[in-house]
Write a protein that binds this ligand. Structure first.
Ligand SMILES: Nc1ncnc2c1ncn2[C@@H]1O[C@H](COP(=O)(O)OP(=O)(O)OP(=O)(O)O)[C@@H](O)[C@H]1O
Ligand SMILES: [Mg+2]
Length: 304
């Protein structure tokens, strides 16, 4: 039996002539926070549906905790939060969670702790139809956490949530991961996911275009780092621009674009300006830059 949470071996899903997921091979380890990014129609939800046993692979193999995807053992260990979570609006939050706890064979007493954990303790008695989108999504997360699943599958879980709700959402998810839960998330919110991903997979037309940590993807792309230097006054900016071989970006700041391994050398040159420097910002390529790099249309085909 495999110790990996997920093992994909040449996994494919075809819909007629369309290969929604193509030859995906990988293993996901316990406690990993794996984030899937990719254009609309890249195959993220299709992959999740196969992990959940909602759809069968056309070919290849997929195991969840060593058991076939969709088997009772796999489903017992897995919880899912779909993008558009739908509950019976007439039930209260507490009633909703009790319903799902019974379905999972868990003690309904767990629901109070779960409501508290997602910040809905005071709203548990209210009908779900009165909940805001953020509250519904948090109720969805509480539903997913019933029975302490070992694998959480979250399909675009924070779309439409405000920044505070997003932060709160990921604080809870990260605390689950810290306790060993594996978290599989799909998202289009690239910058937001940087802080919540141990590993990132970029999907393109059903295929894995890239797989690695943010740091390793940065290295693979060789995209430049930007250093922004703000001077205390406009006076030294011309000299800074010249000596640092940068570009003036406004009256008081210079931007230097360099390879990642040249940052420390540039920092020495910047330090030589002493008190003329008000502050320095180092901006390595973000996930959005990396995503654009790997999503470049290099095969002449238009994306859907
Ligand atoms: N049941 C289905 N029947 C036919 N085609 C399907 C089916 N489900 C998905 N597809 C197709 O498979 C491809 C992948 O779709 P999928 O929903 O997995 O994309 P996605 O990456 O989740 O996109 P999004 O970011 O928009 O959610 C798309 O071209 C889609 O139209
Ligand atoms: Mg999707």
């Amino acid at each position: 039996m495999s110790a990996s949470v997920l093992v994909l071996d040449n996994l494919c899903k075809r819909y007629g002539a369309l290969a929604a997921v193509k030859d995906m091979t990988m293993a996901v380890e316990p406690g990993e926070r794996l984030v899937l990014v990719g254009h609309n129609g890249a195959g993220k939800t299709t992959l999740f549906n196969m992990v959940l046993g909602l759809t069968r692979p056309s070919s290849g193999n997929l195991t969840v905790f060593g058991a076939p995807a969709g088997s009772l053992a796999a489903r017992e260990a897995t919880a899912f939060l779909p993008e558009s979570v739908a509950f019976n609006g007439a039930l209260s939050g507490t009633e909703t969670l009790k319903f799902f706890a019974r379905l999972r064979g868990e003690d309904v007493a767990c629901v109070h702790g779960l409501l508290d954990r997602v910040g809905l303790a005071d709203a548990g008695h209210k009908a779900v139809r009165t909940y805001s989108k953020g509250m519904r999504q948090r109720l969805g997360l509480a539903q997913a956490l019933i029975g302490s699943p070992r694998l959480l599958v979250l399909d675009e879980p924070t779309s439409g949530l405000d920044p505070v709700s997003r932060k709160r959402f990921y604080d809870i998810v990260d605390s689950c991961a810290a306790r060993g839960t594996t978290v599989l998330t799909s998202s289009h919110a690239l910058t937001e996911m940087e802080a919540h991903a141990d590993r990132i997979i970029i999907m393109r037309k059903g295929e894995m275009a890239a797989d690695g940590t943010l740091q390793s993807l940065r290295q693979q792309t060789k995209l430049p780092t930007r250093i922004r230097v703000r001077a205390v006054s406009a006076e030294p900016v011309s000299q800074m621009t010249k000596e640092l071989d940068g570009c003036r970006i406004n009256g008081q700041a210079v931007e230097v674009v360099c390879a990642a391994n040249r940052v420390s050398a540039h920092m020495k040159s910047i330090a030589a300006f002493g008190d003329a420097v008000a502050d320095v910002e180092i901006l390595p390529p973000g996930l959005d830059d990396i995503y654009l790099h790997f999503s470049a249309r290099n095969d002449g085909d238009d994306l859907p």
